[in-house]
Design a protein around this ligand. Structure first.
Ligand code: GDP
Length: 424
C-alpha cells in the first residue's frame, strides 16, 4: 500500500491540508497534481501556522520530497513569493525537496488579468472567481497556447515564443475587453524576474516518481478543492477548471501509469462552500453565523466568509463514489460540540421526488433539503483520542455518517493541531 491520495469529498476546505500534514509522516514524497494558488491549505504545526497555496504540505517535513506535477497551474510569481515567505520562517526549500514538472504550463500575469476582466464583464452574474487566473490558464493549456516550464531550460527561442504568445493574448485583451495591450518587454522582464527564480526546481517529475516508486518510496498525492468542484464531475459551471479527483492524480503528477492503492476522502462534519453555485443544505441567519464563527470558516486565500450548511448525505455519497474513496477522514467534529441539535441533510426533494442520488447539476436549483436533527453532545471533545471515549451522541453521529455514505471513517479529527486526531 505505497501510494495514497488525499482528496476532498465536497466543495473544498474539508481540512485536507491537516490530514496531509498528519499522514506525510508515513510518506516520502508529496505530490500536488492539479489546481493552482486559488485555494489554500491551512497547516498548523510546531513551526507555526501556514497558509499554503501552491506548495505541497509535505514541505514542513524533513526528508520529504515535494512535487508540483504537470497538472498544476504553475504560477512562478506566486510560487516564488510563497517559497520566500516559508523559507523566511526557517524552512529549507531546495531542489532536493521541491521538484517542479517540466511539463507544467506557465501561468502568466495575463491569466490573472483576464480573470478579473471577465468577472467585471459578468458583473452580477459572476461565478465568484478568486481571480488567480485559473480558468483562463486551463483554457490556454487545452488550446496549447502557453509555454511549458521545461522551455525555460530547453528552449533556445524563448523570447520568440513569448512574443508570439503575447501578441496572440493581446487580441483578447484589446478586442474583447478593450484594454491596453501587454508589452512584450514587460512579459520578458516578468519571465526574467520570476521564472528564472524557480528554474532550478524544474525537472522530469515522472522520471523522478518512477525512480522513487522503484526504490520503495511511499508517495502521497494531495488534491486541492473537492469532488463537487471537479471540472468533469462537479456542479458545472460552478466548478474549478481542473480535475480534483483521485483518478487524475497519476496523470497530473507526471506518471500516468502509476496506481493509487489508498484514497483518503476528507469530509467535514458539517458543510461549507465558497463562492457562488447551488448549495442545497445551506443554513442562514444566526444559526449559520454561529457555525461560521465557531468553525472559523473564512477563506485561507481570500478571507471571504464561507457559506455554511448541514452535513449533506447526498452530496457526500456522490463525492465519496466519485473520488473512489477507500476510507474517510471526518474533520472538525469538535466544532459541533456547542450545538443543542445537529441538522443533517439526509436526502433531497427534487420536484416532489425524494432522492439520495446527487442530481444533474442544473437540477440542484430545484432540490430542497430534507433535514433530520441529531442530539448534540454539548461537551468539549478536543482532548479525546479514542473513539470509545467520545460521548454517545458523537459516536452515533459519526456512525450514522459512515453508514449513510457507505465508507469506513478511519480518522476523526477533533482539532486543528497535528495530534488532535482519533484513529479508528
Ligand atoms: P483544506 O483546503 O481542505 O486543507 O481546508 P482548510 O485549509 O480550509 O482547512 C480547514 C481549516 O480547519 C484549517 O484552518 C484547519 O487548521 C482547520 N481544521 C482542520 N481540521 C480541524 C478539526 O478537526 N478541528 C478544528 N477545530 N479545526 C480543524
Amino acid at each position: 500500500m505505497s501510494n495514497c491520495a488525499i482528496v476532498g469529498i465536497n466543495w473544498g476546505d474539508e481540512g485536507k491540508g491537516r490530514m496531509v500534514d498528519l499522514l506525510t509522516d508515513s510518506y516520502d514524497v508529496v505530490v500536488r497534481y492539479q489546481g493552482g494558488g486559488n485555494a489554500g491549505h491551512t497547516v498548523i504545526n510546531d513551526m507555526g501556522r501556514f497558509a499554503l497555496h501552491l506548495l505541497p504540505s509535505g514541505i514542513f517535513r524533513k526528508g520529504v520530497v515535494n512535487v508540483l506535477g504537470n497538472g498544476v497551474a504553475l504560477d512562478p510569481e506566486n510560487l516564488f513569493k510563497e517559497i520566500s515567505e516559508i523559507s523566511g520562517k526557517g524552512i529549507a526549500i531546495t531542489p532536493e525537496n521541491l521538484k517542479i514538472s517540466d511539463r507544467a504550463p506557465i501561468l502568466f500575469p495575463w491569466h490573472r488579468l483576464l480573470d478579473e476582466l471577465e468577472e467585471k464583464r459578468l458583473a452580477d452574474k459572476k461565478f465568484g472567481s478568486t481571480k488567480q487566473g485559473i480558468a483562463p490558464y486551463y483554457s490556454d493549456k487545452y488550446a496549447k497556447k502557453t509555454i511549458l516550464a521545461g522551455e525555460l531550460i530547453h528552449s533556445d527561442a524563448l523570447y520568440d515564443q513569448i512574443r508570439e504568445i503575447t501578441e496572440w493574448k493581446n487580441l483578447s485583451i484589446e478586442r474583447i475587453y478593450g484594454e491596453q495591450p501587454v508589452k512584450i518587454e514587460t512579459v520578458a522582464e516578468w519571465v526574467n524576474n520570476y521564472c528564472t527564480k524557480i528554474k532550478d526546481y524544474i525537472c522530469d517529475t515522472g522520471e523522478y516518481l518512477r525512480a522513487a516508486e522503484k526504490a520503495g518510496k511511499r508517495i502521497l498525492f494531495e488534491a486541492q478543492l473537492g469532488a463537487l468542484r471537479d471540472i468533469d464531475y462537479g456542479i458545472h459551471p460552478y466548478t474549478t477548471s481542473s480535475n480534483t479527483i483521485a483518478a487524475y492524480a497519476p496523470i497530473g503528477a507526471g506518471a500516468p501509469e502509476m496506481k493509487i492503492d489508498r484514497v483518503v476522502g476528507v469530509v467535514k462534519a458539517y458543510s461549507t462552500c465558497v463562492g457562488e453555485g447551488p448549495f442545497v443544505s445551506e443554513m442562514f441567519g444566526d444559526e449559520a453565523a454561529f457555525l461560521r464563527n465557531a468553525g472559523g470558516e473564512y477563506g485561507a486565500k481570500t478571507g471571504r466568509p464561507r457559506r455554511v450548511g448541514a452535513f449533506d448525505v447526498v452530496a457526500t455519497r456522490y463525492g465519496t463514489r466519485t473520488q473512489g474513496a477507500t476510507e474517510i477522514a471526518l474533520t472538525k467534529l469538535d466544532i459541533l460540540s456547542s450545538l443543542d441539535k445537529i441538522p443533517v441533510c439526509v436526502s433531497y426533494d427534487v420536484n416532489g421526488k425524494i432522492t439520495r442520488d446527487f442530481p444533474f447539476p442544473s437540477l440542484l436549483d430545484k432540490a430542497e433539503p430534507v433535514i433530520e436533527y441529531f442530539d448534540g453532545w454539548k461537551t468539549d471533545i478536543s482532548e479525546i483520542r479514542s473513539f470509545d471515549d467520545l460521548p454517545a451522541e458523537a459516536q452515533k453521529y459519526v456512525l450514522f455518517i459512515e453508514k449513510s455514505i457507505d465508507c469506513k471513517i478511519s480518522y476523526v479529527s477533533v482539532g486543528a493541531e497535528r495530534e488532535s486526531i482519533i484513529i479508528r
